[in-house]
Design a protein around this ligand. Structure first.
Ligand SMILES: N[C@@H](CCC[C@H](N)C(=O)O)C(=O)O
Length: 326
């Protein structure tokens, strides 16, 4: 039996979409992990590898169009993926002929919709990012018995940098930095340590983002992701960074925030619904790079010698969009 994996990206945070509803039988939990580790490997994987695999399935929830599960490159499961959900939104939109619908994720059924293209021929979708929590118990954080972490130094990590931790609902640690620090080695050092599985602060790991303020409602976010490492962009990280920017650094609620990243640019909106109750909107490209077809046996064996890869032709428009960013 043949399987098709669609290679996609949001801000060059790249994934394969595998639609379980098209298979004769659903992959087991062990197969999901095995297939993900094999296709994502940057050296030996499929079509240059990827940051993870987005598994699409039917949802049993009423009024929900489909379900997304996110498996990181290392085989761990993430509760959400902001760049990924836009590409799954586009995939389901084309499959089901809908433009405004809900997708089931681990903790919430999230609203998604087609948005105005960010640039010519750059298909764009927007997604609700929620639920938000600052509670240490929701973040998996153990820092000096603190119930929450806001703009606080953790001397074991850095004597200079202050951090805020938030779950959206996957866990994020955010620090506002200058340009030199944004591009320097500190992010890799700190995030590498916090994702080593041994440290006492985030035993299950955490996505770590450094943020530079470029102007009013204009930020740059660089992220080291749990379960992956450095990625070109992290959608939930950019949403979390936008929220912390609005709360701590003078960013505006309910107004478009431009978020640059190493792979391009997205827009976010941060909303407050009640005291300490927030949600965000993430708007960005949902680009299909191409489609790989191979046998299920080869997928599970990690044998990519007999793959047919059909290029979509969308990537030049995306690259022109990035080249035009100021
Ligand atoms: N790249 C994603 C986040 C993927 C999950 C993350 N690695 C985690 O383990 O929480 C995004 O765009 O949000």
């Amino acid at each position: 039996m043949d399987v098709t994996l669609t290679k996609v990206h949001g801000s060059e945070n790249d994934f394969f979409i595998l639609d379980q509803t098209k298979l004769a039988h659903r992959l087991s939990e062990a197969e999901l992990k095995q297939a993900t580790q094999q296709v994502t490997d940057r050296e030996t994987g499929l079509a240059g590898g990827a940051d993870g695999v987005l598994y699409v399935d039917d949802s049993s929830h009423p009024q929900v169009t489909g379900k997304m599960r996110v498996i990181n490159a290392d085989g761990s499961e993430a509760s959400m993926c902001g760049n990924g959900i836009r590409t799954v939104a586009r995939y389901l939109s084309e499959q089901k002929q809908q433009t405004n619908f809900k997708i089931e994720t681990m903790y919430a059924d999230l609203n998604v919709k087609q948005a105005q293209d960010l640039a010519p021929e750059v298909k764009t979708f927007q997604a609700e990012i929620s639920p938000v929590s600052f509670k240490a118990t929701d973040i998996g954080m153990h820092v000096a018995d603190l119930a929450e972490l806001h703009q606080t130094k953790i001397p074991a990590l850095s004597k200079q940098l202050a951090f805020t931790a938030v779950a959206v609902p996957n866990p994020h640690l955010i620090s506002f930095v200058d340009h030199t620090t944004l591009l320097g080695p500190e992010l890799g050092r700190i995030a590498g340590y916090l994702n080593d599985g041994q440290n006492p602060y985030f035993p299950d790991g955490v996505n770590v983002s450094f943020v530079e303020v470029l102007g009013q409602n204009h930020i740059f976010v660089r992220t080291f992701e749990r379960g992956v490492g450095f990625t070109n962009a992290c959608g939930t990280g950019m949403s979390a960074a936008s929220l912390v920017y609005a709360l701590e650094q003078g960013g505006d609620f309910d107004q478009s925030i431009t978020v640059r990243n190493p792979g391009g640019m997205v827009k976010t909106l941060v909303h407050q619904t009640a005291a300490q109750s927030y949600w965000m909107e993430l708007i960005g490209n949902a680009t299909f790079v191409g489609a790989a077809t191979l046998s299920l046996a080869d997928l599970l064996a990690g044998n990519f010698e007999h793959v047919t890869f059909k290029v979509s032709g969308e990537q030049p428009a995306y690259q022109a969009f990035v080249a035009g960013l100021k």
